[in-house]
Design a protein around this ligand. Structure first.
Ligand SMILES: [Zn+2]
Length: 210
């Protein structure tokens, strides 16, 4: 059967009219893989999954946006809260500093001077523990495991060793400044994904695991 102009223009033609593509949750403009909406500037990377065109039309602008933000907040994969993350950091510090200190005190009781060893142990743990755990233990230090959060890249993938080293070193430097971690937490509070300064610099986010 010859193809006529009429059949080409028919809305029933597969692949043309039936594409239900992903759109910006804010304004409905097709996303087409962009990380920022070309029409309204919405940060599309914020969303785990964008609404399809049909979903967008059903819900309306604010309803769809609210639904997706709510989805981000609930259940596994929701952004980790500041207090939970501080709890994890406290537990990790307890491990990296407290355990060597406890060791040196116990050894001192039996007359062994292990201060040098303890200082070296603390330095080594402080440098390598968190990056190695993040890179090879599914984005979790023991503190994060206890608090049910993990670090992942912004597209939900495993964080590599180089990125983990950068992130943790940056965070350590930041925490050395007075109020450094507080400013970091305030920045995390400004966005739906709860991304802090060190998350923004290294393309990561902290999500809950349950
Ligand atoms: Zn838009």
């Amino acid at each position: 059967m010859p193809i006529t102009n009429e059949s080409i223009l028919s809305p029933a033609m597969p692949g043309v009219a039936e594409v239900d593509e992903y759109v910006c949750p804010n304004c409905g403009t097709p996303a087409r893989g962009a990380s920022v909406c070309t029409a309204c500037g919405t940060d599309l990377d914020t969303y785990k999954e964008l609404p399809r065109r049909s979903e967008f039309q059903e819900g309306g602008v604010e309803a769809v946006r609210a639904a997706y933000v709510e989805e981000l907040r609930q259940g596994a994969g929701a952004p980790g809260g500041v207090l939970v993350r501080w709890g994890a950091l406290f537990l990790d510090n307890l491990l990296c500093i407290g355990v060597p200190l406890l060791g040196v005190m116990l050894l001192a009781l039996v007359g062994v001077d292990a201060v040098t060893v303890a200082v070296l142990a603390i330095l080594a743990l402080w440098l390598f523990y968190a990056p190695l755990m993040l890179a090879f233990a599914d984005g979790q230090t023991l503190g994060k495991k206890a608090m049910n959060v993990r670090v992942e890249t912004r597209d939900g993938k495993r964080i590599g060793l180089a990125r983990a080293f950068g992130r943790e070193t940056f965070k350590a430097i930041l925490s050395a400044f007075p109020l450094g971690l507080l400013v970091d937490a305030l920045v995390a509070g400004t966005n739906d994904e709860r991304r802090s300064i060190h998350d923004r610099v290294f393309g990561t986010r902290v999500v809950t695991t349950q």
